[in-house]
Every structure is written in structure tokens, then in C-alpha cells.
Design a protein around this ligand. Structure first.
Ligand code: FES
Length: 226
């Protein structure tokens, strides 16, 4: 069996460990804890890329530890853009609070309209999120403005596309700084579920918001110039 050395950022200090080659980062962390008695703290649950809890920064990029194989010289760090609780565990509380505040449930009243295959197609493209928060860790608009981050807009879009939902999701998105997104597509690049948040959520939401009258004055100027 071959060996590789990985480095783990433990509260600001990089520690090196030899682990068997060919295993995942998650298995390596388990190996380190049981063979070196280290007690590194990290989150994981499904081990199959479905729960999103094992997201961390691996070689400078947000990745799922259960889906990433170890490489020699690899650096494993906590997910960027969040406060570190301990070792590789970051504080997700602000995310949960914010998503709750967006009325994260189907809000309907009276007769419930039927969903058409077109509706299905539209919201299917944005509903596979596993809450790994990789997109939030990379979003420059979230870093430098009051923009909450890609997955919030994706979730608002998911409801906006659903004819059963009666909440004015476009209005919420608009006042949550929908237009601060730079469409840089960093979120798309790092999403383990390959959700095209820019085209399937942000741009569609902007379109729907415009139709409802939620737009910036400059949009009209641009339209007139065209
Ligand atoms: Fe669930 Fe990795 S442990 S996604």
C-alpha cells in the first residue's frame, strides 16, 4: 500500500499526516483520528455526496470530503467565508437563520393550481441543492456586499417557479439584493450538484422581477438606449 502526506489546518496550524493513498479525504480524516489519536473535528453524515455536510476547502477549492480522493501534498482547511468553530467545523448558523427568514416553505392558500411539465422542468433545475454551502464560500458579491449568496436566490427561484407558491418571491429577491450578483459563475463552478444558478436562478429571477416592476432605474436607461 502506498502512502501520501496531507496537511490539515487545525485552528490556524497546518499539521502533516501520512495516510493510505486512494482513499477519500473523509476516510483520511477518520484514519488520522483512529490511528494518530488526533481527534480532528469535522462534519460528515451520508458519505455519499448527498447531505452536503462534509464540504471543506481542499487545495484552495470548496469540495466534498467524501467525494474527493487524497493526493500527496494536499491541504485540507475549513470552508472559506465562515467563522471556524473548531478544526474543520464552521458555523452554519447565519445560513440557517437567513434561509428560515426567507419563509423557506411552499406558501399557498385557496385552490392549489396544478403543476405543468414546463413548471417541473423549470424548478427541477434548481432544486437539487444539498446545502453544502460551497457556493456561499466562493461568492464575491456575498463577500463585499449585503447579497446573501447564490443558494438563497436559488431557493427563492425554486419557489418563484412553482405555481402553487403565493409568496412574492421576486420582491424578496429584489430587496435581498438580487442585482448585486455579478454573474461571475463561481457558484456554478464549485457546485457539486452542477446547478447552473446563474442561468437557471439569477437571470430567470431578474426577468420575473422585472415583469413585476422590481428593477433598477438604470435598467430602463439601458432599454431606452437600445
Ligand atoms: Fe454527506 Fe459528504 S458526507 S455529502
Amino acid at each position: 500500500m502506498g502512502w501520501v502526506t496531507i496537511r490539515v489546518n487545525r485552528n490556524g496550524v497546518l499539521r502533516s499526516y501520512s495516510v493510505p493513498e486512494g482513499i477519500t479525504v473523509l476516510e483520511a480524516l477518520e484514519y488520522i483520528d483512529s490511528n494518530y489519536g488526533e481527534g480532528i473535528l469535522y462534519r460528515a453524515s451520508c458519505r455519499a455526496g448527498q447531505c452536503g455536510s462534509c464540504a471543506m476547502t481542499i487545495n484552495g477549492k470548496p469540495r466534498l470530503a467524501c467525494k474527493t480522493k487524497v493526493e500527496d501534498g494536499m491541504v485540507v482547511e475549513p470552508l472559506e467565508g465562515f467563522n471556524v468553530v473548531e478544526d474543520l467545523v464552521v458555523d452554519r448558523t447565519p445560513y440557517y437563520k437567513k434561509i428560515q427568514g426567507l419563509r423557506n416553505y411552499l406558501h399557498h392558500e385557496g385552490d392549489i393550481p396544478k403543476i405543468t411539465p414546463e413548471d417541473m422542468r423549470e424548478f427541477k433545475g434548481v432544486r437539487n441543492c444539498i446545502d453544502c454551502l460551497c457556493c456561499l464560500s466562493q461568492c464575491p458579491a456575498r463577500k463585499f456586499s449585503q447579497y446573501p449568496g447564490p443558494t438563497f436566490m436559488r431557493q427563492l427561484a425554486r419557489f418563484a417557479f412553482d405555481p402553487r407558491d403565493r409568496e412574492d418571491r421576486e420582491r424578496i429577491a429584489y430587496f435581498e439584493n438580487l442585482h448585486n450578483c455579478t454573474t461571475c459563475a463561481k457558484c456554478v463552478e464549485v457546485c457539486p450538484k452542477e446547478i447552473d444558478i446563474v442561468h437557471r436562478a439569477i437571470e430567470r429571477l431578474r426577468e420575473l422581477a422585472f415583469e413585476k416592476g422590481y428593477y433598477l432605474k438604470n435598467h430602463l436607461v439601458v432599454r431606452e438606449n437600445i
